[in-house]
Design a protein around this ligand. Sequence first.
Ligand SMILES: [Zn+2]
Length: 194
Amino acid sequence: MTCTTEGCGRATSLYLCTACIVELDALLVDVPALIEMLAGVRAGTAVVRNPAAGSTGGHAGSKPPGSLDAMLLQAWLQQLPERAHTAAHDYPDAGQWLHMARIWVKQARELVWGPEEPVINHDANRQRLREAAPPMPTRELLPWLRKHAKITITSMDVRDWARRGKLRPVERDPLPTYHPHEVLAAWHDTRAQK
Ligand SMILES: [Zn+2]
């Protein structure tokens, strides 16, 4: 038969395919802790890192920030099965559980632990640099990379990479200039070798 998760479509002998079982388990593993911490949010004893759950949360009324959300999420999380494999085995609509777990666990994590840290995508950054940045001398390059690519390198790194042929200056006179995306590539290379 086919996995019951919407949009999955993999062939499986249970109601969930292996990939969906693994994904559901990864969500379920946090559920007991989240339920406990949500109780703390409701009681006002938990330190909630998410300021967005407060005045901008969109819930009218005099409830303490996040308390209504916490109550709902707690009730929803308690409905989730304990183990993904059991769900895949026993529930013909197990795909629905995965669908709901994705939403509820994410909301609960955000309420309790705060929004996820933005991930810096170095590959995308490098691509953007290639399109946007002209070659520049080292003393402009370093602050530029710190600001736009969130990496810190030293002029010694640049000299070292140039000496070892990892990096080729675009111009040599009056100062050597480098393509930022090539410097970033050299930086990646060096890190990959460590
Ligand atoms: Zn699946």
